[in-house]
Write a protein that binds this ligand. Structure first.
Ligand SMILES: Nc1ncnc2c1ncn2[C@@H]1O[C@H](COP(=O)(O)OP(=O)(O)OP(=O)(O)O)[C@@H](O)[C@H]1O
Ligand SMILES: [Mg+2]
Length: 270
């Protein structure tokens, strides 16, 4: 995703500027996800990253808006029980949420889930932060709640903390059809991105794609992003998507080559 204007503090570019190139990129991401599992449709997605501040929350929120527009009933679950932020994006309070449901099994899901200002899009905020996030994620109550969510919503999107720092994303990946890794272009060392991927692959997470975020725009209104699908060990069908408003110059194309090669290798090596 191209860098967006940091002054629009909501981060909900898909809602504010639905015709913008960035909103269009989320639209393409949505299409890719919905078609990533042709035999087994992807109905639940975990979004994580190697490092903090890569754009997980922004990606989940915009993807939620974009998928809800199709008429699907979408629930965003803020399972970042360390630095939750979805409530801020949607300007909702976080007094009750996911953790409230987990520690109080008599509480009905409807009491904690909030409607957003986007039709068909609901949010389960994190709730009060627990001292033991990983334990909550492996609890029976968590598994039961996820089952209930899947029975009640068409699509579930899970926001999470960074995978290098904590095991929560690896634990969360068991509950979803697909996992997306957000990589902050230019900031995250490639070996760290590789390590994050390995941690997920080790727990058999189905990595369905990588979002390259914060790609600097060159000021000519051109943008691009890549989205790669992962077809599993041994499969080398790597799909690239890119978009540009104008044709790239030869030197720009050659600048992209090493990075593209790295991405291809990233998806081939487990
Ligand atoms: N494409 C982008 N262009 C510019 N800024 C962005 C972009 N995506 C996200 N940001 C900004 O980067 C910061 C981090 O984004 P975000 O909160 O989505 O990341 P995160 O991975 O969820 O962070 P954390 O690890 O703290 O949960 C925010 O200030 C957000 O507005
Ligand atoms: Mg976040």
């Amino acid at each position: 995703m191209e860098e967006h204007n940091k002054n629009d503090n909501t981060g909900l570019i898909s809602l504010i500027k639905p015709k913008s190139p960035i909103a269009e990129a989320y639209h393409t991401l949505r299409t890719n996800i919905l078609f990533a599992g042709l035999d087994n449709p992807i109905k639940s997605v975990l979004v994580t990253s190697a490092f903090p501040q890569s754009g997980k929350t922004t990606t989940v929120a915009n993807l939620g808006v974009t998928i809800a527009r199709t008429g699907a009933n979408v629930l965003i679950v803020d399972a970042d029980l360390r630095r939750p932020a979805q409530h801020r994006v949607f300007k909702l309070d976080n007094k009750v949420g996911l953790t409230s449901l987990l520690v109080n099994e008599n509480m009905a899901m409807e009491e904690a889930v909030k409607k957003t200002n986007v039709e068909n899009l609901s949010l389960l905020t994190s709730g009060p932060l627990p001292p033991n996030p990983s334990e909550l994620i492996v609890s029976r109550a968590f598994a039961a709640l996820i089952d209930k969510i899947k029975a009640n919503y068409d699509i579930m999107l899970i926001d999470s903390p960074p995978a290098i720092a904590v095991t929560d994303p690896a634990l969360l990946s068991r509950f979803v059809d697909g996992t997306i890794l957000v990589i902050d272009f230019g900031r995250v060392p490639r070996d760290m991105a590789q390590k994050a991927k390995e941690q997920l692959v080790n727990v058999k997470a189905n990595i369905i794609g990588v979002v390259l975020n914060k790609i600097p725009s060159n000021g000519h209104g051109y943008y691009y992003y890549y989205y790669y699908r992962y077809y599993g060990e041994g499969a080398d069908r790597v799909k690239k998507r890119s978009k540009s408003k104008r044709h790239r110059t030869r030197s720009e194309r050659s600048e992209q080559k090493p990075f593209r090669r790295w991405l291809q290798a990233f998806f081939k090596k487990a």
